[in-house]
Write a protein that binds this ligand. Structure first.
Ligand code: HEC
Ligand code: HEC
Length: 368
């Protein structure tokens, strides 16, 4: 088995390659009036398998973490913390993003560094030290032991359990996580929220938060302040330094600010830009921003009202809004009206995963 340090090296060099290949997404034409998030077609057998895998801690090196440890259904598939946990002995320096509607994105992570597909995001999430630290070969052997997986992989058309099957099935499950039932879509917005929607458009929020998911899928700098916990907690700082080194960021040892999407271009004007997040399901996903520094939606609106943060790269559209207390409350009411039904029923959450099966005798020679 590889040592932990070597897993870092090999996995992160793949990331750098992907980063080089990931071009900035082309700006898409956006519909004038955002509507409900359109469902995506999915294969039910593959998605059912993906769901079980998503909730299965056996996909992590020490069998302690599943995808759902950090992406918890009742919290809009986030973890409720400012900064994410990571594999035992390590901690992350970013906030966990929601996975609802994530299958519709063009580029993933707060810096948009993976611009290919969810299959790659899944591989990254399973293998990296900052998440599940799993060797895919070991994972394959583990899931092959479980008779339920043998059946489910077969039913999904993947043949015997494989890495490729896992990397296809989890994205198929992610396609099922689509927003539904928000008052904004069902015509049940309060008058307060309707007034907030007017203010949202009048304040230019819709120039970045546009379309059915309320995002342009592009990075911008709005001047979000620092989260000092990243530099004060060695486990987070080490994750930051290591990742920046392997993403080829100059001066990574002395850096005391998250460069964001700068890692894709290495041009000074992109330093501190982060992907515009969706505004769907915000009532479940606090705290906010790439580093979790704003605790509530009231805080976010107050931040924009004051003209955002202080940063030399700040987008010129972020300016003081001079909204009254009442208007700020209306804007918050509108943002809340973009949250729908929680995705916590059996369609989205795997029932208890039964791991009570007998070991396969002579498993190294057995075929399945
Ligand atoms: C230890 C916590 C943790 C675990 C476990 C974890 N994630 Fe994440 N996930 C994160 C964090 C943190 C980010 C944001 C990282 C960044 O921006 O650099 C993220 C980002 C993502 C994104 C990108 C979302 C977006 O909109 O950009 C997807 C998709 C995702 N994770 C899927 C998964 C899947 C699938 C698994 C299981 C195979 C998984 N994650 C396991 C913490 C975790
Ligand atoms: C120039 C583009 C732009 C404009 C204009 C803009 N935003 Fe944002 N918004 C962003 C970006 C980028 C982020 C993420 C920043 C980060 O993580 O550091 C963000 C984050 C947010 C978040 C936090 C979401 C989360 O899940 O963390 C909310 C809420 C939000 N914006 C609401 C608004 C409102 C309300 C307005 C208008 C007053 C507005 N935005 C105007 C680009 C913009």
């Amino acid at each position: 088995m590889m040592t932990k340090a070597r897993t870092w090296f090999s996995a992160l060099s793949t990331v750098s390659l992907l980063t080089i290949c990931a071009a900035l997404p082309v700006h898409q034409a956006l519909a004038d009036e955002p509507g409900p998030v359109e469902a995506i077609e999915f294969d039910p057998a593959k998605a059912a398998l993906g769901k079980r895998l998503f909730f299965d801690p056996r996909l992590s090196g020490d069998t302690e973490l599943s995808c759902a440890s950090c992406h918890q259904p009742e919290l809009g598939f986030t973890d409720g913390q400012a900064l994410s946990d990571a594999y035992a002995g390590s901690l992350h320096f970013r906030n966990v993003p929601t996975l609802i509607n994530s299958a519709k994105r063009a580029a993933w992570f707060h810096d948009g560094r993976i611009g290919t597909n969810l299959n790659d995001v899944t591989r990254e999430s399973i293998t990296e030290t900052y998440s599940m630290n799993m060797d895919m070969r070991l994972m394959q052997e583990r899931i092959k032991q479980d008779p339920v997986y043998i059946e489910m992989f077969e039913a999904a058309g993947f043949g015997e359990p494989s890495n490729g099957g896992v990397r296809n099935a989890i994205p198929e499950y992610l396609k099922t996580l689509i927003s539904r039932g928000a008052p904004f879509d069902t015509g049940e917005m309060s008058d307060e929220a309707k007034a907030g929607y007017e203010l949202f458009n009048a304040s230019g929020c819709n120039s970045c938060h546009a379309g059915e998911r309320f995002t342009d899928d592009l990075p911008h700098n709005i001047g979000v302040g620092d989260n000092p916990d990243i530099w004060a907690t060695p486990e987070r700082h080490i994750t930051f330094v290591t990742m920046m080194k392997f993403l080829g960021v100059e001066n990574y040892m002395n850096l005391r600010a998250d460069p964001g999407a700068y890692i894709r271009t290495h041009t000074a004007d992109t330093f501190g830009t982060f992907m515009t997040p969706t505004l769907r399901e915000l009532t479940y996903t606090a705290p906010y921003m790439h580093n979790g520094t704003l605790a509530t939606l009231e805080d976010v609106v107050a931040f924009y009202n004051a003209g955002g943060g202080d940063d030399e790269n700040k987008d010129p559209r972020i300016k003081p809004l001079n909204l009254s207390e009442t208007e700020q409350a209306q804007l918050v009411a509108f943002l809340k009206a973009l949250s729908g039904e929680p995705l916590t029923g059996p369609d989205f959450v795997a029932e208890d995963i039964d791991t009570d099966y007998a070991p396969i005798e002579n498993w190294q020679d057995a075929t399945n």
